[in-house]
Design a binder for this molecule. Structure first.
Ligand code: GKR
Ligand code: MG
Length: 434
């Protein structure tokens, strides 16, 4: 049989959107009333469309815009060549480009992830296979996620900002309530687990002094019992001494401790002192950092994220490295909608095993841009799509509405420090606080 080239890229559409986000707190400050995402759509010469979603910033959008001229005419199957073209144009990100905030600020990894996922959506449609099959095939039918709790101010986000929507009921109403102490965190967990059926719990820490957050962990254990694994993520705000002190105290109840301290050296020190596994999406976040991670023994679990590990196939490479060096692998998340969730589910389904339920921010978002509305969770898990490609299609009306939000809200880059200063004038992000 003769070689048949794949479909060629005819058009690339980049749509920045702003999705309603409640006032969630973290180590870097406060979420803005909208979370920014960018939706990429690639259309081939034979009019097949592939989509993807990444964190949105003006810089990444501009770089994606610049990449258009490089990618038009390219065969969507030639992902290695496409990656090289992007590396040649934008250079590789350095480790320092990640920044100190809880979220990753690199450029190339995000651009390549956006292009790769959209191309794989097309490849799936051409071959009639779901993306999970392109990653080597399905290891499970349902992908389990964890409840992801946040300290937060009262408020619905979006236009309502810190006000509540009186018409909201159930989780929609619970999502708007404040959570500023252990009792309110437990109430948030109960409402979220009731709605989504999650069977494990993550608490985003690094907001209050550690005693309060550790008390919240014990309050969760008290309320949910030993069958619900619990993790806490102070986003590297603790000192080594603090992490060891509270890490030892939480040892009987923690499934893992996520990024208690900043940097691989400090993580390795804490890891030596504790039996609890350490996980990271901040200290080992690129292939360049793997050798040092192994040398030092910086963490037990790498929280992969296809948005910043450079795509789905790169994440599968990471799985192999983790297996070789005895690291566990799970998944990190940021504020996101259903296109990202679908990609995470395909990747989650392809992993050899899932020892820890994956992270997702999805319950915090109320908008959706895919046909059929928000994806469903059953007992905390999402069914792996069986349709070709990602298995989700763009709702263009909803996309246009969220693009209008983007134009109206005036945000072009995530900056939680600035948002926090609107509430607490003079508040400053500190890379290490307690
Ligand atoms: O959305 O506030 C947030 C989180 O803190 C997020 O930015 C982190 O990237 O969820 C993340 C994490 O696990 O570190
Ligand atoms: Mg984290």
């Amino acid at each position: 049989m003769a070689y048949t080239p794949g479909p060629r890229i005819k058009e690339i559409h980049i749509t920045p959107i702003a999705t309603v986000d409640p006032p969630l707190l973290n180590a870097a400050g406060l979420h803005a009333p909208y979370a920014l995402r960018t939706v990429l759509e690639i259309v081939t010469e034979d009019n097949i469309s592939g989509i993807s979603e990444i964190p949105g910033t003006k810089d990444i959008d501009a770089a994606l815009e610049d990449s258009k001229k490089l990618l038009i005419g390219k065969d969507v199957f030639q992902l290695n060549q496409i990656r090289q073209i992007l590396v040649d144009a934008f250079g590789k990100d350095s480790v320092a480009d990640r920044g100190l905030a809880p979220w990753d600020q690199r450029k190339l990894v995000h651009i390549f992830s956006a292009v790769e996922v959209a191309c794989m959506d097309i490849i799936g449609k051409v071959t009639g296979k779901p993306i999970v099959d392109l990653l080597g095939g399905k290891m499970r039918d349902r992908v389990p996620f964890s409840a992801y709790l946040f300290y937060k101010y009262a408020g619905a986000g979006g236009e309502l900002e810190f006000q509540l929507d009186p018409a909201a009921t159930g989780w929609d109403a619970a999502r708007q309530k404040s959570a500023l102490n252990p009792a309110e965190i437990v109430a948030q967990a109960q409402a979220m687990c009731r709605e989504f059926g999650f069977q494990s719990i993550k608490l985003k820490g690094g907001v209050f002094e550690p005693r309060q957050e550790v008390d919240a962990v014990f309050a969760l254990r008290e309320a949910f019992g030993p069958d619900y694994p619990i993790r806490i993520d102070p986003n590297a705000l603790w000192t080594v001494e603090t992490a060891i002190q509270y890490g030892l105290e939480m040892e009987p109840v923690l499934e893992y401790l996520e990024d208690p301290v900043r940097g691989q050296e400090n993580m390795a020190k804490v890891r030596k002192a504790l039996k609890t596994p350490l996980a990271t999406n901040m200290c080992t976040t690129s292939f360049d950092e793997i050798p040092r991670s192994i040398e030092l023994g910086a963490e037990d679990i790498i929280l992969s994220d296809h948005h910043f590990w450079g795509g789905l196939r790169a994440s599968m490479t990471l799985v192999g490295i983790c297996e070789t060096f005895g690291r566990g692998l799970s998944m990190h998340s940021n504020s996101h909608l259903g296109i990202s969730l679908a990609a995470m589910v395909h990747l989650g389904a392809a992993l050899p095993n899932i020892p820890y339920a994956l992270d997702t921010h999805y319950p915090w978002q109320s908008d959706e841009i895919i046909m059929g509305g928000r994806l469903k969770f059953e007992e905390g898990a999402v069914l792996v799509p069986t349709e070709p490609g990602l298995g989700v299609e763009l709702d263009r009306v909803a996309l246009a509405k969220l693009h209008e939000n983007y134009k109206a809200c005036g945000l072009t880059k995530r900056n939680d420090e600035v948002e926090m200063q609107k509430v607490q004038p003079g508040w400053k992000f500190q890379a290490v606080r307690w």
